[in-house]
Write a new protein. Structure first.
Length: 201
């Protein structure tokens, strides 16, 4: 009789210990997903900061360009309109798992990038702009900001890859699904970026 109780208590003890280990593992996994998710949010705020810096530079750049006689009006209007679209398409860190919202955000930002590139190309045809100190400073700041945007987008994609990999691995994916952790979106190359530009002489 005593032997039966000892075996039963041993089994119960083993099951309790096993349950404690499983719960501890689950809590640890959940907390690691929370940390990775917060890393994604932090990285996203850096992306937003550099995009905001670019948006803040544009009014001064457009004002400087407007001051040059005969400058193509439609070029700086396109930049102003693209900046307005960017201001209308906001995405929060909690929406990073929404592919449609993320695609709208990236499309608006890529549209602004394209408009700014056209502005800079057209500006090359105006010697008075190339000699304008204010324009040159704004151009240098904009180029620096574009480089920062590229760097922050790369960092963001790396953090998202780490997060997405963690929530998809078995058996952690069970905790991720239970905890509501969803796959985040990546920045992708702008449409047509894979095509080599045509150079005509």
């Amino acid at each position: 009789m005593k032997k039966g109780w000892i075996i039963a208590l041993s089994i119960i003890g083993f099951l309790v210990l096993f349950a404690i280990l499983i719960v501890s593992w689950g809590i640890g996994k959940y907390n690691s997903f929370v940390s990775l998710n917060e890393g994604v949010k932090s990285s996203w705020s850096q992306v937003e900061n550099v995009y905001q810096r670019r948006a803040d530079l544009i009014p001064n750049l457009v004002a400087t360009v407007k001051g040059v006689a005969n400058f193509e009006k439609e070029t700086y209007i396109a930049v102003t309109e693209a900046r307005a679209k960017v201001g209308q398409v906001k995405i929060t860190a909690d929406q990073l798992d929404d592919p449609e919202a993320f695609a709208r955000f990236q499309k608006a930002q890529d549209g602004l990038s394209g408009a700014l590139q056209r502005l800079m190309v057209v500006a090359e045809n105006y010697p008075q702009l190339k000699a304008n100190e204010n324009f040159l400073q704004l151009q240098a700041q904009l180029e620096g900001t574009e480089n920062r945007i590229t760097v922050e987008r790369q960092k963001f994609n790396q953090v998202v890859q780490e997060y997405n990999t963690a929530i998809k691995r078995f058996p952690g994916m069970l905790i991720a699904n239970f905890g509501g952790f969803r796959e985040k979106q990546y920045f992708k190359a702008a449409e047509g970026a894979e095509e080599v530009p045509k150079v005509q002489f």
